[in-house]
Design a protein around this ligand. Structure first.
Ligand code: PEP
Length: 246
């Protein structure tokens, strides 16, 4: 299975910095890379990044989409527009969207359904908060989020899952490899029960992945890539993560 390393730039970058970052990575990727790479810039920078990675194997991704194709939804972006702008992936259900915008599993499911209909691969994020982990609820939270966020028609081939413990995002803390392996195995099981099959499903780990810890995380059983926030803005460190894929 080809590993996927997706860079989530979050709300960072300018047209100039996005172009420089993406062009630098594209030049490296053209010479060969150990993983499939996706860059997910803020929506207004999608076209600049698309132009910068043209002719390279780097794919374009977005950070969110609306559940509807079009209409009166000020400030939102449709999956169909993302597709027209050259996106191959869209992140849905990121914990920052769940926390900042009150996104529920049902909303994430509707967004993932729109992504599939538009011809995009949704990267569906799930993960427990620190309080849920402390209360021993990780497994219950993951089961509910995976089952509740997957739309009809989701398959191992057209969907990517991402396990992102909320307490590990942007904090410098990472889950132990034993915990990551256990949660990834559970995600695969619930995905199979919900979607009917999970062979070939890619499950990314996200949460303070850096060049220094990537090799250990990416070699963990059931990990098929990484969703990278902060380190994806540092071209040297992001490339280290890509090259750490087994
Ligand atoms: C993320 O935003 O998906 C993420 C994992 O962030 P970071 O790598 O900064 O923890």
């Amino acid at each position: 299975m080809t590993y996927l390393i997706a860079g989530n730039w979050k709300m960072n970058g300018t047209p100039a910095s996005a172009k420089a970052l993406a062009a630098g990575l594209a030049a490296k990727a053209k010479a060969g890379s150990k993983a499939e790479i996706a860059l997910c810039p803020p929506a207004p920078l999608l076209s600049a990044v698309d132009a910068a990675v043209a002719g390279s194997p780097i794919a374009l991704g977005a950070q969110d989409c609306h559940a509807n194709e079009k209409g009166a939804h000020t400030g939102d972006v449709s999956a169909w527009l993302l597709k027209a702008l050259g996106c191959r992936f869209v992140i849905v259900g990121h914990s920052e969207r769940r926390a900042d915008h009150g996104e529920t599993d049902a909303m994430v499911k509707a967004k993932a359904a729109a992504a599939l209909k538009a011809g995009l691969t949704p990267i569906v994020c799930v993960g427990e908060t620190d309080a849920q982990r402390e209360r021993g609820e990780t497994s219950a939270v993951i089961a509910t989020q995976v089952a509740g966020s997957l739309p009809e028609g989701a398959t191992a081939a057209n969907t990517v899952m991402a396990y992102e413990p909320v307490w590990a995002i942007g904090t410098g803390k990472t889950a132990t490899t034993a915990d990551i392996a256990a949660v990834h195995a559970q995600i695969r099981e619930v995905f199979k029960a919900t979607a009917g099959e999970a062979g070939g499903l890619r499950i990314l780990y996200g949460g303070s992945v850096k060049g220094a810890n990537a090799a250990e995380i990416l070699a963990t059983a059931g990990v098929n890539g990484a969703l990278v926030g902060g380190a994806s803005l540092d071209p040297e460190d992001f490339w280290k993560i890509i090259q750490a894929c087994p």
